[in-house]
Write a protein that binds this ligand. Structure first.
Ligand code: ZN
Length: 147
């Protein structure tokens, strides 16, 4: 059965991340600072280097890909919910190079901003709390307390 909850639109922030900051950590820091407990994130721009991941569904662990060269953020899309009671950003990115080739995956710490414009939208409603989910080994949204 699907897990879903209704939300209403809340406040929207738009801004620019500092040159040299860590893309995921800076977006998370802003959500913590603004107390965004449930919402969505999008961004575009460029990075100096990137670390993205793909979840190995057999081993139940992330496998990381380090791209140690400049790339465009063609698209970043993500959501905000709670993990251990704190705002947690889950984001996926598509990154492209000078030939238009693209890489994509789960955004991980270690992705360094060259320039980045972002949008964070906070929703009103009961936030999802991430909990360990045995079938996948991932901290996923539960339907209710303890599930
Ligand atoms: Zn992911």
């Amino acid at each position: 059965m699907s897990v879903l909850r209704p939300y209403r639109k809340g406040e929207i922030w738009m801004g620019r991340l500092p040159h040299g900051s860590d893309l995921l950590e800076e977006l998370t820091r802003i959500c913590v600072e603004r107390d965004v407990r449930i919402g969505r994130v999008e961004a575009l721009g460029a990075v100096r280097r990137a670390r993205i991941a793909c979840y190995n569904q057999e081993a139940l662990e992330y496998e990381y890909l380090d791209l140690d060269h400049p790339l465009e953020i063609a698209k970043l899309i993500g959501n905000v919910s709670l993990l251990d009671g704190r705002p947690f950003v889950h984001a996926h990115v598509t990154l492209s190079d000078e030939a238009g080739r693209a890489w994509g995956g789960h955004l991980s710490p270690g992705t360094e901003v060259f320039a980045c414009e972002f949008l964070i939208e906070s929703f009103e409603g009961e936030p999802f709390e991430r909990r360990p989910e045995p079938e996948t080994g991932l901290p996923l949204w539960g339907d209710r307390e303890g599930t």
